[in-house]
Design a protein around this ligand. Structure first.
Ligand SMILES: Nc1ncnc2c1ncn2[C@@H]1O[C@H](COP(=O)(O)OP(=O)(O)OP(=O)(O)O)[C@@H](O)[C@H]1O
Ligand SMILES: [Mg+2]
Length: 276
């Protein structure tokens, strides 16, 4: 089945300058000086078909959020190109912003305002009909198991998981056709996690949206994603359907995606810190 391409990254590299003082200046040898540059993404290629749920997994600091932020037009790649439905994230930033929405664990809200007020503010920002947007937000919040009796409480008084559900509802107000979900289920209780997972499936099935999902839950990636990319040190070291990835690891009995993760990300790679 040939599907339209929703997201494409072509040899995307993102470097960060490392701040902080160089340690042990006396011993610093100019020839062996520590690089002050950090390669958060190195020549990353990804293609996601329209309507796919594409998983991004990998150890802390491997570059998942950086990749998501490049697609969300929040970071400009140092090399390579990234596009959403053929629109370049740098030269056609505004068009891309209309197609995507990002939900991340560190969502920003007006903490002193209530959930209802924050959602109304977002609706106004997106120029949505306030009545319709309100109904839509309420429907999403309910399906995520948000306690509706708390909708007028200050955001700062809500638990982390409750705030995360508000972030998801806000991300879906505009019915974006590409959802960038950066760890949407991290820190949620098991029931809430299932509610969010069911919701992600519904976004895909009901709205034919494309979903990029970063997660530390291998079981979630296995059950939810059509394809999964495993990252390590700013590079994609393996990608495929969960079944293809599991077939890469030999083992007695059943191999889980977690086994594959441990095997692939735990391997010593000779040229790991080498420049290309
Ligand atoms: N603004 C920044 N300035 C400097 N370094 C950064 C910046 N943002 C990210 N990094 C570095 O880039 C690398 C990749 O970070 P990133 O947040 O993309 O990882 P991640 O895979 O999302 O990790 P986690 O699983 O912990 O969320 C890390 O080494 C991080 O310290
Ligand atoms: Mg991250």
């Amino acid at each position: 089945m040939h599907k339209r391409e929703a997201v494409r990254l072509d040899r995307v590299t993102k470097l960060f300058q490392r701040s902080g003082r160089a340690s042990n200046a006396k011993n610093s040898n100019p020839g062996k000086r520590k690089r002050r540059e950090l390669r958060a993404l190195g020549n990353v290629d990804v293609t996601i078909g329209a309507g796919e749920i594409f998983g991004l997994v990998g150890p802390n600091g491997c570059g998942k959020s950086t990749l998501v932020r490049v697609l969300a037009t929040l970071l400009i790649p140092d090399a390579g190109t990234a596009s959403v439905f053929g629109h370049d994230v740098v030269s056609e930033e505004r068009t891309v912003q209309r197609l995507i929405n990002r939900v991340s664990v560190e969502a920003a809200f007006f903490k002193k305002l209530s959930t209802a007020e924050n959602l109304r503010f977002a609706a106004r920002l997106y120029a949505l009909d306030p009545g319709e947007a309100g109904d839509r937000a309420n429907t999403i919040l309910k399906s995520l198991g948000f306690p509706m009796s708390r909708i007028d409480d200050s955001m700062q008084d809500l638990s982390r998981g409750m705030q995360q559900k508000v972030a998801i509802a806000r991300g879906l107000l505009t019915e974006p056709i590409v959802m960038l979900l950066d760890e949407p289920t991290t820190g949620l209780d098991p029931k809430s996690k299932r509610d969010v997972q069911a919701f992600i499936r519904r976004i895909k099935d009901g709205h034919d949206a494309t979903v990029l999902l970063s997660t530390h839950d291998m079981d979630e990636a296995d059950r939810l994603c059509d394809r999964v990319a495993i990252m390590r040190n700013g590079k994609i070291i393996a990608q495929g359907t969960p079944a293809q990835l599991k077939a890469m690891c030999s083992g007695d009995g059943e191999v889980s995606l977690e086994d594959v993760f441990i095997e692939l990300t735990g391997r010593k790679i000779e040229d790991e810190d080498e420049e290309e």
